[in-house]
Design a binder for this molecule. Structure first.
Ligand code: BEZ
Ligand code: FE
Length: 297
């Protein structure tokens, strides 16, 4: 089609992508073109602004390697990752869900740990945490034999694979739910931490006057055949960044009840006050159990 005027460009491109043999890809490509063209008509970028936008995309690519995924971080920081998460969980987005972002720090082979055991695998200064999780199905029945993989940042705000001071697999463990659908473990209270700010996403946060912090959280992945794998996080209530999580990951049901204890008998002889307890319940949905690909190498 010969372009006569600005308005013709959209129909010309839509006609071109309509030849795509894969129906789903055709739908996605068509919607992408329609929305991109509508965006351009709305903001009417100057040529200099357009070049800046393209350079921003190119910088995202250049900042990405096996150890870092700036494309995901960009999607996280503009709320797109959470949107994708919420429309793919909770009965296809129809109901509330316990799902949340996987984040970049999950590792496939977390150490199997006995129920009630500790995931503190080297001296890790910070307040002790005693967590009890219950896993139920949509009807409220306990789910026995589910694998519950837990990982978290230290009280200094670092995952073990970012921090040479921590032992391999520190603050990671894999548990199996008992007949009541429960697991329990000892850890330390996690701290919040900033996402990387030395790339284009950091520049974007700075020009938008946004801080780079995630509120403190525990990551949880629950896997059992017959159920959709639940990837989620439990947030520390009262964290100063709960309402302004840089990646918009906090939903109401995921704010944990971290209780501070100062008096009474500590749960173990080596525990100094204050210590924390956390009880949290997760609901898993019927569906396909599949593990994600580890986000970074
Ligand atoms: C995390 O929770 O580990 C995370 C999620 C998104 C971006 C960066 C970190
Ligand atoms: Fe995290």
């Amino acid at each position: 089609m010969i372009i006569e005027k600005e308005a013709d460009v959209t129909s010309a491109v839509l006609e071109a992508v309509d030849g795509c043999g894969d129906a789903r890809l055709r739908e996605i490509a068509g919607a992408f073109v329609r929305h991109m063209h509508a965006f351009i008509r709305e903001v009417r970028p100057t040529e200099a602004e357009f070049e800046l936008g393209v350079e921003f995309l190119n910088r995202i690519g250049r900042a990405t390697d096996d150890a870092r995924n700036e494309g995901i971080l960009f999607s996280d920081a503009i709320g797109v990752s959470t949107l994708v998460c919420l429309i793919n969980n909770g009965a296809g987005g129809a109901t509330e869900t316990d799902a949340a972002l996987l984040g970049p720090f999950w590792r496939m082979h977390s150490p199997p740990t006995a129920n009630g055991g500790s995931i503190v695998r080297c001296p890790t200064p910070g307040a002790a945490l005693f967590a009890e999780f219950a896993v139920a199905d949509a009807a409220g029945r306990p789910v026995e034999g589910a694998e519950v993989d837990v990982w978290q940042a230290s009280p200094a705000g670092f995952y073990e694979n970012q921090d040479s001071e921590q032992a391999d697999m520190n603050l990671r463990g894999k548990f199996t739910t008992d007949a009541q659908g429960r697991i329990a473990f000892r850890s330390v209270k996690p701290a919040g931490y900033p996402v990387p700010t030395d790339g284009p996403v950091g520049d974007m946060l700075r020009v938008q006057n946004r801080h780079p912090y995630r509120p403190a959280h525990l990551h949880v992945l629950i896997h059992k055949p017959g159920f959709r794998t639940l990837v989620t996080q439990v947030f520390v209530d009262g964290d100063e960044h709960l309402e302004t999580d840089v990646v918009f990951g906090v939903t109401r049901s995921l704010v944990g009840d971290f209780r501070r204890h100062e008096t009474g008998a500590p749960p173990a002889a080596d525990v100094a006050a204050p210590w924390f307890t956390l009880a949290h319940r997760f609901v898993i949905e019927p569906g396909e159990a599949k593990l994600p690909r580890p986000p970074i190498k």
